[in-house]
Design a protein. Structure first.
Length: 235
């Protein structure tokens, strides 16, 4: 069995009620739920939440909420893997264990069905524990600077300041959309950011972290442009 697990706790602080706040006309979690269903990858799409209102919204948009997440794994310090392990353990207890799971974030409106499908194929064909989305940094990270205690700028890696950008290795970062994995890997805490994983590389225009109101505004503007571009393309 293949299951999507969407973590969505109720206590977000920087953007209150973040997981069900309207994004481009519908609750942001609805985008993730809809894309998961559209992909055809999953036997079940489950939202893990501690919040009855979020659970009701999730069901309205087509997801299951077969349990409420216990408070012990619903605070600011709970890691994603603990949430996935709880959901997978619940499925085992119900006699319906999953073989493969995909942790899909509730605040990932740019996620596309084709990348979920690619992630599943790459996971299976690679024989690795995980596949997850990454994107490239727009500027060489090797030439990053910091602001020191005196308020002055200094290079983090001074040896790279005078090297040409094209001579520096391309670097990638987690795109924060989804993480496919075997149930065994999640349950045994296999580390995601390791050679146990294969990457699904996304273009940068499909990636935007949403942690602040400024992030939210930028994401909505990007999303609107993307929709307009898709609408103008001939089918």
């Amino acid at each position: 069995m293949k299951v999507a697990i969407i973590p969505a706790r109720g206590g977000s602080k920087r953007i209150p009620r973040k997981n069900i706040r309207l994004f481009a006309g519908k609750p942001i979690i609805a985008h993730s739920i809809g894309t998961a269903i559209e992909s055809g990858c999953f036997d079940r799409v489950i939202v893990s939440t501690d919040d009855p209102e979020i659970a009701a919204v999730a069901r309205e948009w087509g997801a299951e909420t077969p349990f409420l997440r216990p408070p012990s794994i619903a605070d600011d310090h709970t890691g994603t893997n603990a949430v996935v392990k709880h959901a997978l353990g619940w499925l085992v207890d119900q006699g319906t264990p999953a073989d493969l799971a995909c942790c899909l974030y509730a605040t990932a409106p740019f996620v596309q069905a084709r990348y979920l499908q690619e992630g599943l194929v790459r996971l299976i064909e690679s024989g690795r524990s995980y596949s997850f989305t990454v994107t490239s940094f727009p500027f060489p990270v090797q030439r990053a600077v910091r602001i020191n205690a005196d308020g002055a700028v200094e290079a983090i890696w001074p040896e790279n300041i005078f090297r040409r950008s094209q001579d520096l290795e391309e670097a990638f970062h987690d795109a924060g959309q989804f993480y496919w994995g075997t149930a065994e890997a999640f349950l045994n805490d296999v580390v995601v950011f390791s050679p146990a994983s294969v990457p699904i590389v996304l273009p940068r225009h499909l990636v935007q972290d949403i942690d602040t109101f400024e992030d939210w505004r930028r994401a909505e503007l990007m999303f609107r442009v993307l929709q307009e571009e898709q609408a103008s393309c001939p089918s």
